[in-house]
Design a protein around this ligand. Sequence first.
Ligand SMILES: *Cc1c(COP(=O)(O)O)cnc(C)c1O
Length: 349
Amino acid sequence: MFELNKLVRTNILALSPYSSARDEFSGSEGVFLDANENPYGTLNRYPDPYQKELKDLLAGLKGVGRNEIFVGNGSDEVIDLLFRVFCDPGKDKALTFTPTYGMYDVSAAINAIEMIKVPLTSTFGIDLEQTLAKMDQSAVKLTFICSPNNPTGNAFPIEIIEKILQRNQGIVVVDEAYIDFSSTASAIQLIGSYPNLVVTQTMSKARGLAGARVGFAYANSAIINLLNKVKPPYNVSALNQRAAIDALSNEPGFEDQLKTILEERFRLSSDLSGLSIVQMVYPSEANFLLVAFDNANTVYNELVERKIIVRNRNSVVQNCIRITVGTPEENTLLINTLKQLENEKSTLY
Ligand SMILES: *Cc1c(COP(=O)(O)O)cnc(C)c1O
């Protein structure tokens, strides 16, 4: 039997959360003399602490209940809150599959949590046997599965994720920052079946709002309530809630952009594969490509010199550079520049 409260830090279980003015009265009509706001202006009122309008919109789009959604100041806030709810500093452990998104490690370190790292296979798959052994060895409170994975670009089969969910004694977080670019189904459909599942998504990538800082967690309402208990009362500004609502209300614009980015990912991938300085373009279900070069450091430096900025991942996956899919013009400029480098190759190598 899974008992959520056994995983929660005792101080968090005992916590009485801050009760804001908008917690105590949440109606929208009346004379508001309760929150020490300035009565004049347009952004003079505190935002809705539970983002009801945004959640209602998301609930419809994702097929979940409003109480199964948490909105954070980016999904990075969700990651940090999960550590603070479930992991006792200096005592508990978390697990990731490397290479992956760097924030899991940073958040773990900030919260003084040891991170167990299970390396992905040579084709960036999850080694299930090794994972289950590691999970059995030590009580892992939080397991992060980034799918599609940053920086490798591949998504993990839902059956593998389910196997980990079934065996895991702790919370399993599936980070779906890139799910809109993927043909793999979202794990959101599983939150009703697994009481230990948290799925995170974000407005920062496919939805084009990285500047606004809006991220989501989807889970059963018991987990969502714990996140609500710990979050800063007004963690998502009124401007950011509005930006997210507007973006989510423009489905045709979103679909158009997504289509272009996916077509460009295909073109970029095939053009890169044709270059002799490229060893390998890894398959991608995200809006970036992981590309192995003969010499990633040289290529990176030459591109920066020409004011084209990519992400050098040589220290993470040898000789690899992560390239975000840009506009058609940007991608063409990149390809032409790499062709130029290829022609100058004799002087570079
Ligand atoms: C970009 C990214 C995020 C987004 O984080 P936000 O705080 O929502 O901007 C989350 N997870 C992964 C794996 C990412 O690459």
